[in-house]
Design a protein around this ligand. Sequence first.
Ligand code: ADP
Ligand code: MG
Length: 226
Amino acid sequence: MSSLLRAENLGKEYPLPKGVLQVFRGVNFEIEAGDVVAIMGISGVGKTTLLNLLGALDRPSEGTVYLEGEDLFARNESELARVRNRKIGFVFQFFHLLPEFTALENVSLPLMIGGLERKKALEKGASILAEVGLGDKADCLPAQLSGGEQQRIAVARALVNEPKLLLADEPTGNLDWKTGEHMLNLLMDLHRRRGLSSVLVTHNDKVAQYCRKRYVMERGELKLLD
Ligand SMILES: Nc1ncnc2c1ncn2[C@@H]1O[C@H](COP(=O)(O)OP(=O)(O)O)[C@@H](O)[C@H]1O
Ligand SMILES: [Mg+2]
């Protein structure tokens, strides 16, 4: 297998009112095409910060990330936005759906942003909405849906552009146990069917079964578990 995403010597600090907060440094990370990797670690340790760098939502203080061999952070903001839109799907802990748009519009939006005409975008959006089992909820607003349903919409939105890489930040973190299990099964199913490479930040031990590699973030370092 070849490496799809590779982070080298990644470091991130945030400015504080006085000085800086060094979240981590010297982080090396790699995911091969088709693989599933888990990132674990206690709250506040820097998992979201790392995922945001892997997905180019934020820039590192040092080091860089290569996606298909290309240095992501050598790009300017508009190029980065295009790479994110085309190649990376994100699922967030708190869903991050747009409240004033319907389920179908939320799912189709990345396609329209990518330049597809509205009618075609809605058609494709509808097909992936059906794939996550929510074809009958297309016209609902997020507030009319359960947490599990909202997260399925978010998964459909993340995958509508057929990205190679799926980054999910505690995708079951705000779901009850059973709904979380369903979500995990759905993600693993989509992972296989769509030939994704997936990085899951999670506390759920069950994820470990699916993963060839598990990392844990601890005291500013990312360690590979065996
Ligand atoms: N934008 C920010 N500015 C300053 N500090 C931040 C910012 N985002 C996160 N942090 C801090 O960085 C550390 C890691 O946060 P985070 O990556 O969200 O951890 P986790 O996802 O593992 O819970 C925490 O101490 C958090 O308070
Ligand atoms: Mg987090």
